[in-house]
Design a binder for this molecule. Sequence first.
Ligand SMILES: Cc1cc2nc3c(=O)[nH]c(=O)nc-3n(C[C@H](O)[C@H](O)[C@H](O)COP(=O)(O)OP(=O)(O)OC[C@H]3O[C@@H](n4cnc5c(N)ncnc54)[C@H](O)[C@@H]3O)c2cc1C
Length: 348
Amino acid sequence: MADEKSPRPAVEETIIIGSGPAGWTAGLYTARANLNPLLITGNDYGGQVSITYEVENYPGFPEALSGPELVEKMKEQAEKFGLTTEYDHVSEIVTDQHPFVVRTVNGKEYKAKSLILCTGARPRYLQVPGEKELTGKGVSYCATCDGFFFRGKDLVVVGGGDSAVEEALFLTKFATKVRIIHRRDELRASKILRDRAFANEKIEFVWNSVVTSINGNGSVSGVSIENTLTGEASELKTDGVFVYVGHLPNNDLYHGKLHLDEDGHLITDKKMRTNVAGIFAAGEIQDKVFKQVATSVGQGCSAAMQTEKFLAEFEAEGYHGAGVDAREFPEIPTFVPQRAAERELVLA
Ligand SMILES: Cc1cc2nc3c(=O)[nH]c(=O)nc-3n(C[C@H](O)[C@H](O)[C@H](O)COP(=O)(O)OP(=O)(O)OC[C@H]3O[C@@H](n4cnc5c(N)ncnc54)[C@H](O)[C@@H]3O)c2cc1C
């Protein structure tokens, strides 16, 4: 805890918000740059990785390791170089004055010359019995991450948007059969994906149906479903359940303060800058395309390097950038969704 270590400065050089892969990486890089960074973990310590049973696709670890193990390694490495970790949750940031102000649910208030926002995202859950207990034991929210473990298995995918169909197609590389359970009688996914799914002989559809529970003892054995038109209940036997009913960025702190795209992700440019000078963002709070540990780590690194540059310029020139500063930010990107159906994810 920050209190047990050396006293914090009156104004922090940088505060990192979030303890997922992007946050720890930003912590590592800013610590090694001698910025004496402070990282505030948030209520979900370790972020989404900490609910990941096994991470097999993070380079450098040929033997898979568990998500919580990876988090501890990232934390240890960053703290070794001087990162201070504070176990707290940010309730408010003030962005229209400099230094910025960060307030927490434990009643702390910090001032900071720069912020690195790594508050990530969360999958939308089905919130049905069995889901929580069987996550990592057959229930997954990431086909790229977990599809490999389901070679030769029978799977269901829940959802009807682009992500659901894209991931169902991906899963056919491993599974013998993939059933898409959708609460309507047609997919919302783009035409090209629909066509591919209809043409794929491994994919079947269960229309007008919602999952009411995920069943199994220690591993998934099936799902209970209910027909939305008739109310009829039945059970499907399956080995795994992939849930794609939406992905929600953790953006509560930013409304009315920083530019968000239409899906609620922070808008950043290639240098990870938000529209306020000195405030950077990394990881899934600003990236809805790649959504991996490796990409979040890369973005955390970039944001930290830019923070260091910003602070050097700030020391030399002072602050000139509260609010949108056209001189500092000549090219605030306008978000144009590549796939219209992505917009519907949060509504799935
Ligand atoms: C079940 C599952 C399995 C996955 N498996 C893999 C895998 O095998 N390989 C892979 O590469 N990727 C995997 N992913 C994706 C990967 O976990 C994410 O891409 C990655 O964690 C995103 O990192 P992040 O740092 O952007 O944010 P997150 O991991 O989302 O972390 C966000 C952090 O922000 C904090 N926070 C939020 N709000 C506040 C606040 N107000 N104050 C303070 N802190 C706050 C949270 O507490 C949390 O610590 C998986 C995801 C899931 C859900």
